[in-house]
Ligand binder design. Structure first.
Ligand SMILES: Nc1ncnc2c1ncn2[C@@H]1O[C@H](COP(=O)(O)OP(=O)(O)O)[C@@H](O)[C@H]1O
Ligand SMILES: [Mg+2]
Length: 263
């Protein structure tokens, strides 16, 4: 093996042995500069719950899809099949594009690809499926990723349709920013006790130092309710209440307190 090829081979080996280093390499490809994984990203990348799930309840724009795409690439390296559910077609294309970008930072080659599916020379497959109108049948998967889980329509039905396709010992990774209390994702955090089979990670935007400036901007741009949901990751009552809290908030005058009291 010529020395240059050995160097590439060793770098690739190092990244495979250290998935967090590989994740940081992928981020640098995307950002065009070096980046360091947050602690929650490190935990999610290394999370190993065979036959169980890891659920990430994280602030908007914090890097959830980056973590899921990296888990997708890690599975491709093992020659495994990943099904990735996302709310709509657009998100399935976005995450597939991320996986394709990250693949350029590995020694794998793409054998076949579409906007929502990638097959590599390792025999691995990454298949992204929109939950809306999904026809997910006939697959057997080693891993299931669910991006923006709280925003899936028919979440309960779609997820229960896909879970049986998972092989014994396969893992599920749910990622989302909360969107109300009345959905599958919220129930994972509110109704389920963390156990050996379910690992729950919660990170508010205010806990991520690199996002401080963005968080302060959102504090001034978003309504209080939206900020609590999108940045502070709170599960706030939604459809179950007669009026959504954000609707009440939007309809509440900041100046005419005597006419419409501010909640
Ligand atoms: N640890 C990190 N350091 C710096 N930038 C990051 C980090 N993690 C993710 N990013 C960047 O943040 C942006 C949003 O990432 P994305 O995964 O789309 O967020 P989310 O899915 O949580 O909304 C991307 O440009 C990504 O490169
Ligand atoms: Mg995302």
């Amino acid at each position: 093996m010529p020395f240059d090829a050995l160097d590439t081979w060793l770098t690739d080996l190092e990244r495979r042995l250290d998935p967090v280093a590989q994740f940081e390499h992928f981020l640098s490809l995307e950002l065009g500069r070096a980046a360091t994984a947050d602690e929650w990203q490190r935990q999610a990348i290394l999370s190993d719950v065979p036959g169980g799930a890891t659920a990430m309840r994280i602030c908007r724009q914090a890097g959830k899809s980056c973590v899921l795409a990296t888990r997708g690439v890690m599975a491709l390296e093992r020659g495994e099949v990943t099904i990735c559910l996302a709310p709509a077609e657009r998100q399935t294309r976005e995450i597939t594009r991320k996986v394709a970008t990250y693949l350029r930072g590995t020694t794998m080659t793409v054998e076949r690809s579409t906007m929502t599916e990638i097959e590599t020379n390792t025999g691995g497959r990454f298949i992204a499926v929109p939950a809306s109108g999904a026809t997910i049948r006939g697959f057997t998967a080693d891993q299931l990723l669910v991006d923006e889980c709280a925003y899936l329509t028919n979440d309960e039905e779609v997820i229960t349709a896909v879970l049986p396709m998972l092989k014994d010992g396969g893992q599920v990774f749910y990622a989302s920013t909360p969107a109300g209390k009345n959905n599958f994702f919220a129930r994972l955090f509110l109704d389920t006790k963390p156990s050996d089979a379910l690992r729950l990670l919660t990170v508010r935007g205010t806990q991520i130092p690199r996002m401080a400036a963005k968080v302060e901007r959102l504090r001034t741009q978003l309504s209080q309710t939206k900020f609590r949901q999108e940045v502070e990751c709170e599960f706030i009552a939604d459809g179950q209440a007669y009026f959504d809290l954000s609707v009440i908030e939007a309809a509440t005058s900041k100046t005419e307190a005597a006419i419409v009291p501010k909640f």
